[in-house]
Write a protein that binds this ligand. Structure first.
Ligand code: GRF
Length: 195
């Protein structure tokens, strides 16, 4: 039994690729990546999905007058595609509480810091500026408060003297691509065990 998973992206899709690879590598992986939704037409993650024969959909947020309208369209497509679980992976839109509550316990996000430190859009730079010696990534349940919610998996990286935002981000990406498949497996196994 596999849970149908949608991945929401806005860009490169490195985490999407890690999820696709994990699902392909293991027959017993409890999720299948069934749908990729992007709010950006030129997101490279769409190419990755197409290469793996995964259904894609572009929902341009600029076509909608309100956040509710945009989120309603995403929700409809998730339902139409019988999606069980949602992964936010570099999805650069804040979702409305109404939408988030509908997917409570079934939607996770990846963030490039050890939450609850360094929430927000500049997590890597903020960690570097603060002078922390260890940072990392976190996969967490999505709740209405941004970059909050119960933590499923964290992985750490060390920051050294010569590190830059780019070099730290590169180290974090390597850990993200291990953490996200592990977290999705954990979530799906938990949902399946409690059905
Ligand atoms: C990742 O660093 C993730 O933590 C953040 O956005 C980035 C997305 O990268 N939320 P990618 O598109 O998965 O390569």
């Amino acid at each position: 039994m596999k849970l149908k998973t949608a991945v929401l992206i806005s860009g490169n899709g490195g985490n999407l690729q890690a999820l696709i690879n994990a699902a392909n590598a293991d027959n017993n992986y409890p999720a299948e990546i069934s749908l990729v939704i992007s709010n950006k037409l030129d997101a490279y993650g769409l190419v990755r999905a197409e290469k793996s024969n995964i259904r894609t959909s572009i929902i341009d947020h600029k076509r909608f007058k309100t956040r509710d309208g945009f989120d309603h369209e995403i929700h409809s497509q998730l339902i139409q595609n019988k999606i069980d679980v949602v992964c936010l992976a570099g999805f650069m839109r804040i979702l409305t509480p109404d939408f988030v509550i509908k997917w409570h316990g079934r939607m996770i996000n990846i963030h490039p810091s050890l939450l609850p430190s360094f929430r927000g859009g500049n997590a890597v730079r903020d960690a570097l500026d603060y002078g922390v010696k260890i940072t990392g990534c976190t996969v967490h349940q999505v709740i209405p408060e941004v970059d909050s919610g119960k933590i499923l998996v964290q992985r750490s990286v060390e920051i050294s003297e010569n590190d830059t935002v780019d070099s730290v981000a590169d180290k974090i990406h390597i850990q993200e691509h291990i953490a996200y498949p592990e977290a999705l497996k954990k979530l799906c196994s938990h949902i399946l065990a409690n059905r």
